[in-house]
Design a protein. Sequence first.
Length: 621
Amino acid sequence: MMQLKPFFVRIRKPWFEVRIFISLSIVAVVSLLSFLAFKNTPSILETAGKLAGLTSEQALFWGYFFVAFLILLASLLRMWAGSILTSKTVMTFKVQKSKFLISGPYRLIRHPIYFADLVAFAGFSLCLTPIGLLMPLLIRLHYSQLMNYEEGMLITEFGESYKEYANAVPAIWPRMRQITHFFNTPLNFKINYDGFRHNAQYLLFIPGLIVSAFTGKFIHAVLIGLPAVIDWAIIHTIIGVSGAPAGKPEEKIKRKRLSNSKVFKDILYAQCWEDPQMDRKAFQIKPGDHLLSITSSGCNALTFLLDNPERVTCLDMNRYQNYLLNLKIHTFKALTHHEILEFFGITTSSRRWELYDRIKPLLPQEQQLYWENKTGDINKGILHIGRYEKYMQLLKQIFRILIGRKIIGELFNTVTVEGRIELYQKKWDNLRWRIFCRIFLSRTFASLFFDKAFYRYLEPSFSFRTYYKSAVKRAITELPVVQNYFLAYILLGNYFKENFPPYLREENYETIRKRVDRIEMVTSGCMEYFRSVPSDTITQFNFTNIFEWMSPQEFEQLLIEAIRIGKDGAILTYRNHLVTRNRPESLDTQLIPKLKLSEELHNKDLSFIYKAYVIEQVKKL
């Protein structure tokens, strides 16, 4: 038994390449058995008719019309799917991997052509003796091998994109949810000549079955329908052998495989945890500027639109962060300001999925499929769905238990710095708080939620407890609490009253809505993308804290590329969270630190978790 699976895996490729001959052989063998070995046995249609109280003639008359209807449906589905894929994709003897399409029937099931065949063969089997039931059964087993082989090749080629599609759409048997969504959206049904010409092998069986309904003999349907099958088999063989156009070798598409790290498995951040007001003051954005920003959740990129840049390029290795930003962009196109607050989860709502249905048509189909599998997240509000936000929600519950709702509420109602210092010393900084810091603000606890890559370049002696305890004290006693939406989210689980991030404030809604098309998204690593950018292109770089993920050598090489693609005078900003990064001495004549401004802005940083804010300016030699 241990050898069976490897055997089937080994033969899948040749099996796929001769699939048409296997299908025809199954049909031929089962049909001959029915006609010759069981020629005196009533057909399934006759047997079913007898159970329904019909005569043999009546059962065959109505049964053949019913089968003709099934063949018509199967033919239309096959031709529709074939019109989308084209004959060179459907009929080649090799899996075509240049693209995968998810329009039309491919939104309902992943293999509509195979499903159409099963419907047709199930119809044919009804016209045979009971041995005919082997036909759809054997065809289904045959197609299982084909689907496994095809999907293995597509996953190898398209990776996470195809996995998302496979998770959202069933292989061959449609689910009720897919059926509901399928018929609630425009079908875009169309059949072109290519789809008709190369997928009409069953069509002549329809008039043949109508003739059989009146003669009572299935052989008439076979004789009338067989020429279309023979024509299709010949054309299939010609196209299958030729494959791609003559003289053009198959192109091998090389795709960089993303890390297996948890960081790239789903949405890590649902909102930005860097204060955009610091970057806006550092950048001094002007019309005509081209700003590059790490996407994260896109909140800050949307905020930068307030300063009227010509273009904002958002870059992230995690495709799901770009999915989230694209969703946010289209909320501004589809929803009012109040509806955005509802949809994001800032204000209460029982209709978030209804709001999403208005945004959905604006999204690419790949992203629609991703969000279709996120019903719970949509209903929760998209500001709460990141892994980091889930960690914050857990901390909020623990804060409420150890610190107390009353003290937290009192904090947000204490206006003066002196009052908050007294509250911290007398009510906050107690034994429970110190125990909390030791356990829940530790590297061990955080590692349960975040990948170890976060801490790869961190000194082993670094104390999480001391660092975060000091950061919280600063947020409570030094920074303005009521205006601090970062602190509010951590302690309250949402923003405090009307103090929203700049991009979500009502007075900024119209400006951002008019400018969202200036944002472009790139799913790539920085170095890979930078090498594709012409010199002297970017005027501002918002690197957040990505340099902490890099070795010193990688950090230096990326800065060299940033200097090349940056314009003279371009501004770079980045944060030091746990790992310290500053431009190396080798670049001290090309990157000029703005130390005074960096310190001044860091002292006002509402996102209190960063230990340093770095501003450096490009100086071309």
